[in-house]
Design a protein around this ligand. Structure first.
Ligand SMILES: [Zn+2]
Length: 60
């Protein structure tokens, strides 16, 4: 682990790497193994599409 100062962490889309200072309402948050993952609006849409295609996704 690096020794980053306790600043407010930016929200990062775990799929495309897009960042936001605050969680936009259009973004999706999921929790896996205690870690939070965010998806931006575009990636969430793509993710939903892939979930509909195959229901074995580990996202949900
Ligand atoms: Zn994204």
């Amino acid at each position: 682990m690096n020794d980053a100062p306790p600043v407010k962490e930016p929200i990062v889309c775990s799929r495309c790497g897009k960042t936001a200072e605050e969680l936009p309402l259009t973004w999706t948050c999921s929790v896996e193994n205690g870690a939070r993952h965010y998806l931006c609006e575009e990636c969430a849409r793509e993710n939903i599409r892939s979930i509909e295609g195959r229901l074995d996704s580990s996202w949900w």
